[in-house]
Design a protein around this ligand. Sequence first.
Ligand SMILES: Nc1ncnc2c1ncn2[C@@H]1O[C@H](COP(=O)(O)OP(=O)(O)OP(=O)(O)O)[C@@H](O)[C@H]1O
Ligand SMILES: [Mg+2]
Length: 333
Amino acid sequence: MALIEVQNLTKSYKTFKRKEGLKGAFINLFRREYEFVQAVDNINFHVEQGEILGYIGPNGAGKSTTIKILTGILTPTDGKVTVNGLVPYKQRQQHVKNIGVVFGQRTQLWWDIAVIEAFTLLRDIYEVSKTDFQEQLKKFDEVLGIGPLLHIPVRKLSLGQRVRCDIAASLLHNPPVVFLDEPTIGLDVAVKSNIREFIKEMNASLGTTMILTTHDLSDIEYLCQRSLIIDQGKIIFDGDLQKAKDELARERKIQVDLYERVDIDGIREQLKIAKLEFTRRNDYSLTISFDKDEISAIDIIQKILDHLHPRDIKIEEPTIETVVKEIYQKKSF
Ligand SMILES: Nc1ncnc2c1ncn2[C@@H]1O[C@H](COP(=O)(O)OP(=O)(O)OP(=O)(O)O)[C@@H](O)[C@H]1O
Ligand SMILES: [Mg+2]
């Protein structure tokens, strides 16, 4: 059995439909109308021990809802979930000792107390020994620079400072399963890169299993060999995005800078290769687009060197964003 099993999971929210205006507010008092939002719609997946799974999708796709069910905060409408053999929403107390959770959009720390007091409370809740606790604090200070923040009340921290403390808090007890819902939101580039390294290191040295939700696809590219894409509550992709990039994003671009003015018709005539698309970038530069499965970049570059006098040539690889956009548009892959 996999470490995380999700079977036919469905979650719909019942929401109160509010009528507008004063008259509407009055009607609301007596006649309540409800509507249902199908946030997660019959999804299936599993995560093996030691995997870092990327969980991506547009706003409102159902990512946080899934994470909330996996962490035991929400009960599903239908379907079955197990994490480490436990049903999160039924065996909450046992479950929370095994997991760490970061919701970047919302703090899990107590608003009015200083960071160190919150950490000490968590130390007691999770029964972390004093020596382990000191060691963890030292490690988190090196990676996340939380040392100077320890005596500040949580409510006075900036977004990035707060997220750093939240990450430390959720990992204090070295949990075997970690859920990271937008953990790098609001972080500056240096801290972000530290956190990425830290996640990678934690996974490699302790075999921690992780699910990572983020809108920053470079995090996914760096950390996840496998990703799920969810859209309108349904899983539309399950696999390796790097492989998908090779199969899906076939368009390649070569940027050519010239010494003389760009003459598209003249260049097309000189290169004599069918199925190329030329676009002028400016007076001295153009882009040649082609399908990598139809023509090789080497052949095109060879012709460019033979017939034009380029000042510079750059090949543009498709980005992971292009691939994800393509999958969103196709709605399945
Ligand atoms: N408590 C709630 N009551 C009613 N509807 C909700 C509730 N929480 C979420 N929803 C709705 O469920 C859908 C999925 O929301 P969810 O928060 O899971 O999306 P998400 O993928 O995490 O999006 P984002 O990238 O913006 O964080 C959305 O349409 C949202 O409006
Ligand atoms: Mg979310």
